[in-house]
Design a protein around this ligand. Structure first.
Ligand SMILES: *[C@@H]1O[C@H](CO)[C@@H](O)[C@H](O)[C@H]1NC(C)=O
Length: 467
């Protein structure tokens, strides 16, 4: 909601009030059984931690992990109540201005949904007005309990005529009051009626029929129970980082500017994360806005790999049939190679290797290229670099200091350097080769020219056959 009062002092801004309270058993609940249960469980937890485990290790053994899991399940309603603390077996209520968190409770569990792990969903936005309806439908489609998801948007460096921020305010307000589906549906109807389909939408008739059908279904009812539910909280941040290059396709992919661009994006991600991450977040899910389809259960699906701290799916995109129907999209998820290391050794300290360009022949194995259409969705492989389209990471990875380098780190920047840094700090990074998220297809200038050539030919044919 926008504030009417524009004269407020900075210090007037309240701590974000989530729609769903952190605990169902908050202050004011006078049932005496809760402090007692709390005390017993805390003693049990202390006992188990001291006598059985060594706290939060990078690679917990199955037994200590299992024990910690059990403790966390039972104490979940207590541990998220930040105004209660247990001292010498006595539960004490804290004043409102004092909060207490036992960070061992927020390490991220494989079955986080049933353990009520709170997720921080981070979405960076730039000139994203056009894809917002699609992005919101993707968010609503997530089956992870919306009451356990805090969303943080960062709007940065939009062009003058772009309305990402305004649209975001409108959509998030509707989402939190349960009217977004209605709003999106009516906007879609409106567009259909007025027939605004730019010539750039011509490419749709060149897409694979089965894919288009799949997309239509993905955006149609019936929807699941969680679909229209508001999220736990939403925060919108705005900050510009300076824009050195345009957002046109060829601009964005010129190898010379990639390094600088990636560092700016890393900086943006770090600002977003450090403003939004709270002690009670167990997982951080990074998501780009321009995804067309993705399984609704993606958070649950990515979090179930016990030994991994950072997990990414495969990212492909559809193509017009004359270009081969589909294509590996995100080449930033890869396994390091001998050739890649050798290349790095011969580069300057500040040089950034950019994957997928002939200037940098790394011969790495890319997650995108080892996909099998009907492969096992639960197969996971170790990675070194990761792409940023969709990253689930345990929050402890960030708490420990891993971030998105906005400088050259091991000849990489941003998400690829994030993967390398996470490994360097002892975390395990994995990718799912056969679990696919579909990025939208944005026709390049060349593709559009091809399409208009084909359209002209069609018209000519129609004319000659008509005369
Ligand atoms: C919504 O979730 C379903 C079930 O996982 C999936 O088939 C569909 O593609 C999703 N929709 C979108 C827009 O991603």
């Amino acid at each position: 909601m926008l504030r009417r009062d524009t004269n407020h002092k900075k210090t007037d801004i309240p701590v974000a009030e989530p729609l769903y309270p952190k605990s169902s058993k908050r202050r004011g609940n006078k049932a005496p059984v809760i402090p007692i249960v709390a005390a017993v469980l805390t003693l049990l937890a202390v006992y188990l931690l001291f006598f059985n485990g060594k706290g939060d290790k990078l690679a917990p053994t199955p037994t200590s992990q299992a024990i910690k899991d059990n403790v966390a399940v039972d104490s979940s309603t207590i541990s998220t109540n930040s105004h209660t603390v247990t001292i010498n077996g006595e539960a004490e209520e804290l004043p409102d201005s004092i909060e207490y968190y036992d960070l061992n409770d927020y390490v991220g569990f494989e079955d986080g949904k049933s353990k009520e792990d709170i997720i921080l969903l981070c979405i960076p936005l730039r000139n994203a007005e056009k894809v917002l309806p699609l992005m919101f439908r993707n968010m609503m489609n997530m089956t992870y309990s919306h009451s356990l998801v805090d969303i943080a948007f960062l709007v940065s460096d939009c062009s003058e005529d772009d309305r990402t921020f305004e649209a975001l305010v409108e959509y998030t307000s509707a989402l939190q009051s349960g009217t977004l589906l209605q709003l999106l549906d009516s906007q879609q109807e409106e567009m259909k009626r007025s027939g605004i389909r730019g010539t750039s939408d011509l490419y749709l008739s060149y897409m694979d029929k089965a894919y288009s059908e799949n997309v239509r279904n993905a955006y149609s009812p019936p929807y699941h129970d969680e679909y229209e539910k508001p999220f736990r909280s939403i925060q919108i941040f705005r900050k510009d980082f300076g824009q050195i290059i345009g957002q046109g396709f060829s601009d964005r992919h010129d190898v010379k500017v990639q390094g600088i661009r990636r560092k700016l994006m890393g900086r943006a991600r770090n600002w977003l994360l450090s403003n939004a991450l709270k002690p009670y977040h167990s997982w951080v899910y990074w998501r780009d806005a321009d995804i067309e389809t993705s399984p609704g259960s993606i958070i649950e699906d990515l979090m179930k790999f016990k030994d991994y701290d950072v997990i990414v799916p495969n990212v492909w995109r559809p193509l017009p049939t004359f270009l081969g129907n589909e294509q590996p999209y995100d080449l930033n998820s890869w396994m390091e190679s001998e050739k890649g290391l050798e290349l790095a050794r011969n580069l300057g300290e500040d040089d950034v290797i950019v994957e997928g360009y002939q200037e940098y022949p790394t011969w790495r194995v890319h997650l995108a290229y080892i996909r099998q259409e009907n492969g096992d969705k639960n197969e996971i492989v170790d990675l070194d670099g990761v792409g940023g389209v969709s990253i689930l990471a345990r929050a402890k990875v960030f708490r420990q200091g891993v971030h998105f380098p906005a400088f050259t780190f091991m000849n990489h920047a941003e998400t690829e350097a994030f993967g390398k840094l996470a490994r360097k700090m002892g975390f395990r990074v994995g990718g799912l080769p056969h679990y696919t998220v579909w990025h939208i297809y944005e026709p390049s200038e060349d593709d559009l020219q091809d399409i208009s050539r084909m359209e002209r030919k069609k018209r000519r044919l129609r004319q000659t056959s008509g005369s």
